[in-house]
Design a protein around this ligand. Sequence first.
Ligand SMILES: [Fe+2]
Length: 237
Amino acid sequence: MSQTDSLPLVDRFGRLSAELTAAERENLKLLLSMAAGGLLVGHAGGASEDLRQVALKTVQRSLPKLHDGKRPEFTTGIVFLGRAPFFTDADLAAMDEESLANRYRAERFHDHYVASGAPLAREMALSSDINDFLSERVGPVLPTYKANYLYYDAPGLGIDPHVDKDEFALNVLTMLEHRPDQRHSELILYPPDEAPVHVQLAHGESLVFFADSVTHQRTRTVAGESIRLVSFGYHPI
Ligand SMILES: [Fe+2]
C-alpha cells in the first residue's frame, strides 16, 4: 500500500459518521481516539514507520470529520487561548476557592483527579457571557452542564493522548494554579497536518478547544509540581 492510498479513508469515515446514531458515533470516536493515542506514542503493531505515520494522519484527520459541519475552519482545534473576557477576577477567585474545597472528594480518573458537579462551577457553566463568547466564534452552542475541577497535584500525574467525550466536545479549560513557577508538565495538542501545539496556561488563562476532535495530552508532573484546572463542557448545535 502506498502512503496516500489510505487517505480517502478519511472521507469515508466522514460519510459513515453521517449515517451513525449518536451512540455509534461516540463508539467510533473512542476507537479512533484509542488508535491516535497508541500511534502517537509509537505503537504500530509491528507495522513499518511509514504505515504508522499514514495511520496516525488518517485518524487525526478523521476525528474532526466525525463532526463535519460543526467544526468551522478546523485547523488546530483551538478556538481561543488567553485571558478570557467572560471570567472576572472575582469569578476566578471563587472557582479557585471551590476547587480547593472540593479536592477531598476528587476521584482518580486514569492518572489525575476529578471533582465533578460542584455548585458554583455548574452555575458558572451556564453563564450567558461564556455562551455568547462561544456562539460568536463557533455558532450556537449548548452548555452540557458538565463542570469538572481537575487536579494534577502529585508526581507522575498527567493524561495520555486522547480526545474527550461528547460532554466536553467544546472544552473551556481554565488554569487556577500551576506551581512552582518552574513548570514541567504541559498540555500538548496534536492537530492533523501541523506541528504539535505546546500550551502553558498562566493563572486565569483559558484554552477553548474542540477537545472531541483534536488529540491532546497533559505530560506528567514532577515532584513538587501541582496543577489545578476547571473544565466546562459545551456542545455545538
Ligand atoms: Fe481531554
